[in-house]
Ligand binder design. Structure first.
Ligand code: TRP
Length: 330
């Protein structure tokens, strides 16, 4: 039988999944798990999460939270393997070490994500942070995944992954694919409040378990103008608001609002109420499913155990091949 193509993706357990994670990565992951030609592994990457400051007392429950968010959002253990990275930590870290021996330090120092973290946490610039993309390459390549559902911000990391694959293949013989990202229709989800992408650190309110009231409150904080003008602004919170209208209510509705801006004017109160209801409608079934898994912890344990076992069996195979090719076979 032809080996199915593998898909790997991961999320750090640094907080609750928000709309940005959902639209940027999770929806892509769901689309791919439904394809019979693909074998998907979806992971909570706890070893990546400890490269920035974290709380040891709450970390384990944070991992569990993301697992529940994953399951609630619709990552389906019948169709995909769901696991926590440290359950295959020995394997991923061993491969990452090998990759580290063939990749330039200066390339890693130049990455925008590394530079950003350095500015964010100047007292926490550790080896793990520099190594982050190398471990990510190992996560993906240990399963030889050619396809990775991720948001636009992860593209530089995927480029490192491809470079590592290429370098390894050229040094030790054809072994790894050069993975491509799989993007949803919303690879960049803007912050509700203005600049850059939606992110936990900006307090970008809407998480998968937000109630209708909480969604309304988050939208109420989005700054607006008079609702009327000759030209719809080219950027800023209004554009972002309409991006959400487009994502949750469709393109036509967003176009109508744009038109209204130039004619009758937009009533933001009504727009926000309608949008809040549309978002909530999508989140409600997610919250129900999440509740089911929250109430069935044994089932979740079993899902993670199965996921880890499956992952380990593939990872061990790849490592065997890698050690052999690198002249390390015992
Ligand atoms: N860097 C990713 C993020 O912050 C998380 C991640 C780690 C990942 N390893 C991965 C994503 C492998 C996809 C595949 O979102």
């Amino acid at each position: 039988m032809e080996q199915k193509k593998r898909v790997f993706s991961g999320t750090r357990p640094t907080g609750r999944l928000h709309l940005g994670n959902y639209l940027g990565m999770v929806k892509g992951a769901i689309e791919l798990q439904n394809r019979p030609d693909l074998d998907c592994l979806y992971c909570v990457v706890d070893l990546h999460g400890i490269t920035t400051p974290y709380d040891t007392k709450t970390y384990a429950s944070g991992i569990r939270t993301v697992v529940l968010d994953y399951l609630g959002a619709g990552l389906d253990p019948q169709k995909a393997h769901i696991l926590v990275q440290s359950a295959v930590g020995a394997q991923h870290l061993e491969l990452a070490y090998y990759f580290g021996t063939i990749y330039q330090v200066s390339r890693l120092e130049d990455l925008p994500t590394y530079k950003e973290k350095k500015t964010q946490h100047p007292d926490y610039v550790n080896m793990g942070l520099l190594y982050y993309p190398v471990l990510m390459a190992a996560d993906i390549l240990i399963y030889k995944s050619p396809l990775v559902p991720i948001g636009q911000d992860q593209e530089p990391h995927l480029e490192v992954t491809r470079e590592i694959a290429r370098k390894f293949n050229s040094m030790f013989g054809e072994t790894f694919p050069e993975p491509q990202s799989f993007k949803t229709n919303a690879p960049i989800v803007p912050s509700l409040y203005g600049e850059g992408k939606m992110s936990k650190s900006k307090g970008d309110g809407i998480i998968l378990t937000s109630s209708l009231e909480e969604i309304k409150a988050a939208l109420a904080k989005v700054p607006t103008d008079s609702g009327k003008g000759e030209k719809f602004p080219a950027e800023g919170p209004l554009v972002n608001l309409l991006t959400f209208v487009e994502l949750f209510e469709g393109h036509d509705r967003a176009m109508q609002y744009r038109e209204r801006y130039k004619t009758t004017g937009i009533k933001y109160g009504e727009l926000k109420t309608e949008l809040a209801e549309a978002i909530y409608k999508e989140l409600q079934p997610i919250q129900e499913r999440r509740k089911y898994f929250e109430d069935h912890p044994q089932e979740v344990n079993q899902i993670l155990k199965d996921g880890a076992e499956y992952a380990r069996s593939i990872a061990d195979e790849t490592l065997k091949e890698v050690r052999q090719k690198m002249g390390l076979a015992r």
